[in-house]
Design a protein around this ligand. Structure first.
Ligand SMILES: [Zn+2]
Length: 477
């Protein structure tokens, strides 16, 4: 036997029971590179009821033992990519649950558990921590808050990969089976990963998925991980697990990356580009989506930053080029009213937040499309937190404005006067609000509506225009 395999017959194992063969396959440099391994040692734990016969014999032959033991039965195989944080208790992902379930099945039925050192899809632990800090806490490696990102966006941010790169491959599994001379044995794979099954089949191994694969333990922490796998088409989940995921989403307690991924799945369903959901699953997703998006289209912001607003407002600055396209979409000069705006800023010195009062007076109406009347005046109050995020927006009265001047908790900071051109319009279910501020040559557009409608609207514009606007879709709030 070559020196790339070592083994040790464990007499007792706390997780798998008695008489477990621990095998180490030492990968070559090329194999490490090819398979995305972050170190050379692959641990293989094997259990078979025939092993009881072998534990005490004087001369032991590993290959004979394996071949004879599995001769008449398939091998339940779990291939587990390394996840050190999961091993040490981090609940961010689903791997520990999968590991525990697989070990339980192998303990009961016999089989093989292969630990592949492919930490962070082959990117390594050093990378993984940076990725997770972005995903979970929204901070970049310098500690700066840049907003929570899902797995794919985090990778784009960190190593500028346009598409999420999974460095793992599984050629080494075939090598190991050949080395142990059990490559012809039937394998029942303990995995929910469609792509893994496909890849291993392609390598020529006799692979079948375990039909009664373990139920998922879905929680708010690992939900986004499952959703990313659905989005990427790498995993299929049973109805129970999907139902559980949807009911968690309906609680609206999800974090930002969860809802972002969920909305991307909805988009894919609508564009009919999702592969691993059947019609029933798709209906389930759409139904959940309809339940969480409110009928009244508004932006909701919550004091507790862990609770994410429902995202159905698209807000962006528009360049002259896009503005020209919007004019085409509106079929006419799009500004229907001119308003005089005064912005007053007050700072609450006690609690350190800023209040902005916008006093808007309609000076002129171009046609009858405006909801406003000439001469109409209204006031709106917005509260900005220290980090500039908006907490709440309300209409207020003139007397309330006066109160801010007189309240000792508030210090009056500044006033801005400006003339604005405004257009409000409804096109096919989306409300479009465009504001042009001539003295700073700035166009601002807010689009309110159901997310799918907004995306459709943006797609329509980009069909007329080019892809430059697509970049702005990321600014959907
Ligand atoms: Zn993990």
């Amino acid at each position: 036997m070559k020196d790339n395999i070592s083994w040790y017959f464990e007499r007792k194992n706390k997780l798998l029971g008695n008489n477990i063969l621990a095998i180490c396959y030492k990968a070559s440099k090329e194999e490490m590179k090819e398979n995305g391994l972050t170190n050379e040692n692959v641990l293989i734990l094997v259990k078979n009821k025939e092993f009881d016969k072998y534990i005490n014999i004087k001369d032991f032959n590993l290959k004979n033992c394996l071949q004879n033991s599995f001769r008449n039965e398939p091998i339940f195989l779990r291939i587990q990519s390394e996840c050190l944080l999961g091993t040490y208790g981090d609940l961010h992902c689903d791997c520990e649950q999968q590991k525990a379930d697989a070990l339980r099945i192998i303990r009961d039925k016999g089989g093989m558990y292969i630990h592949l050192p492919q930490e962070a899809q082959g990117h390594g632990l050093h990378y993984k921590l940076k990725e997770l800090e972005l995903q979970v806490n929204g901070r970049d490696p310098s500690g700066k808050f840049v907003g929570q990102k899902d797995r794919n966006d985090a990778q784009k941010f960190l190593i500028n990969n346009e598409k999420f790169e999974d460095k793992r491959s599984y050629e080494i599994i075939k090598k190991i089976f050949e080395e142990l001379e059990i490559q012809d044995t039937k394998i029942i794979l303990l995995s929910d990963s469609e792509s893994k099954i496909k890849i291993l089949k392609k390598l020529g191994l006799s692979i079948n998925p375990y039909s009664r694969y373990m139920e998922k333990e879905v929680n708010l922490e690992n939900l986004s991980e499952y959703l990313v796998k659905i989005l990427d088409g790498t995993c299929r989940y049973n109805k129970n697990s999907l139902n559980e995921m949807m009911s968690l989403i309906e609680t609206r307690k999800y974090n930002e990356r969860t809802i972002n991924t969920f909305l991307k799945i909805i988009e894919k369903i609508n564009m009919n580009t999702i592969e691993n959901l059947d019609e029933e699953d798709k209906a389930l997703f759409l139904n959940t989506y309809n339940n969480i998006i409110c009928g009244v289209e508004k932006v909701y912001t919550f004091k507790d930053s862990n609770i994410t607003k429902v995202q159905n407002k698209f807000s962006c600055r528009v360049s002259n080029k896009i503005f020209g396209t919007l004019k085409l979409a509106f079929h006419k000069n799009i500004f229907s009213r001119i308003a005089l705006e005064k912005l007053f800023f007050f700072h609450n010195t006690n609690e350190d937040y800023t209040v902005r009062i916008r006093d808007s007076k309609v000076l002129g109406i171009k046609d009858e499309n405006s909801l406003f009347l000439e001469g109409q005046e209204y006031l709106q109050e917005s509260i900005f937190l220290r980090d500039q995020t908006k907490l709440v927006e309300n209409e207020i009265t003139k007397s309330k404005l006066r109160v801010f001047f007189e309240n000792k908790d508030f210090s009056y900071t500044k006033k801005i006067d400006m003339i604005t051109f405004i257009s409000e319009y409804e096109i096919d279910g989306v409300n479009i609000y465009i504001k042009r501020i001539p003295n700073i040559e700035n166009h601002i557009m807010d689009v309110y509506g159901k997310k799918e409608k907004i995306l459709e609207f943006i797609r329509n514009i980009t069909n007329i225009l080019d892809k430059s606007m697509l970049n702005m879709i990321s600014s959907i709030q």
